[in-house]
Design a binder for this molecule. Structure first.
Ligand SMILES: Cc1cc2nc3c(=O)[nH]c(=O)nc-3n(C[C@H](O)[C@H](O)[C@H](O)COP(=O)(O)OP(=O)(O)OC[C@H]3O[C@@H](n4cnc5c(N)ncnc54)[C@H](O)[C@@H]3O)c2cc1C
Ligand code: FES
Length: 256
């Protein structure tokens, strides 16, 4: 458990903010795909911590970034934090995406995110790039203004975009993007709304591409005690907070 200081809270969009946090001591090691549980301070309605993905770690500045979509009381309260406030976090939690990939550095890796599901893919892309891989991104959003952190993604690798209204990139959903018909990928990582991830898992299965998905089941305790985050998998019922949130999509029962 750590108390981190807010050094920035940027409103990237009316419904999204980027919280930038730091600590006096070096931040602990955190792996892409892991998450934190945020204690929501000064809220009379939100008692349980809220799970938020690790969006980015800037080791030089000793910063942890959290990208937050304002959904209910807890996340709206997080958007009100100001520079100098302290937030209590449980971290790091959960397992991580595979970043040591069998088959060598020349493989084509596609990171597919939709909505706030793009959050863990920024740090994943950075770690993959630093490990010698060349990740590509496929980001889906409703409209141009909903494509978040595009400049940051562009620094890491090629970015392909779909928007539902066609205002940026190709029109439609991520699974309609032409690169999925024209390029061959060796591995896919995905995070976003469940229908999107199911469609990505289907594409991966049909093309025999290994695929990992980050699940966002509703959570309470975050450490395996309350069983409210359970997912029915080929290996039985598993807690997403401790056995996940990253699952090989072959292990899920989404396509059965
Ligand atoms: C492992 C994990 C990582 C996550 N990473 C991020 C992240 O990086 N950024 C981010 O903004 N959000 C993320 N989420 C989702 C985030 O935890 C919820 O949006 C948040 O808990 C909602 O809290 P609230 O108090 O604002 O809303 P509440 O008042 O609790 O709920 C408001 C509405 O949102 C719905 N809701 C609550 N939790 C979820 C959920 N997990 N998925 C879908 N709908 C939900 C509720 O059913 C309700 O309708 C993550 C969730 C998990 C499990
Ligand atoms: S959130 Fe309590 S068991 Fe997973």
């Amino acid at each position: 458990m750590l108390d981190l200081e807010v050094t920035g809270n940027l409103r990237l969009h009316p419904n999204y903010c980027l919280l930038i946090l730091t600590a006096a001591e070096p931040l602990p090691d955190m792996l892409p795909g892991q998450f934190v549980e945020v204690k929501v301070e000064h809220s009379s309605t939100t008692f349980l911590r809220r799970p938020i993905s690790i969006n980015y770690i800037d080791r030089e500045k000793n910063e942890l970034w959290l990208l937050i979509q304002l959904i209910g009381d807890g996340t709206r309260r997080m958007a009100e934090y100001q520079t100098g406030d302290f937030i209590n976090l449980l971290l790091p939690l959960g397992n991580s995406f595979t970043t040591d990939i069998p088959g060598g550095k020349g493989q084509r890796l596609l990171l597919i995110g939709g909505g706030v599901g793009t959050a863990p893919l920024l740090y994943l892309g950075e770690v993959l790039k630093k490990s010698g891989y060349q990740p590509e991104f496929l980001l889906g959003a409703r409209s141009q203004g909903d494509v978040l952190q595009l400049e940051d993604f562009n620094k890491i690798g090629p970015v392909h975009i779909t928007t539902e209204d066609g205002s940026l990139g190709e029109k439609g959903y991520v699974t309609n993007h032409s690169i999925l018909r024209n390029a061959e990928y060796n591995r896919i990582y995905t995070c976003g709304p469940k229908p999107m991830m199911v469609a990505v898992a289907k594409y991966a299965a049909e093309n025999t591409i290994p695929c990992e998905a980050s699940l966002e089941n509703t959570m309470a305790c975050g450490f395996g005690a309350c069983l409210c985050c359970v997912e029915d998998t080929q290996d039985g019922n598993l807690c997403v907070c401790t056995e996940g949130p990253i699952f090989n999509t072959e292990k899920l029962k989404w396509l059965n």
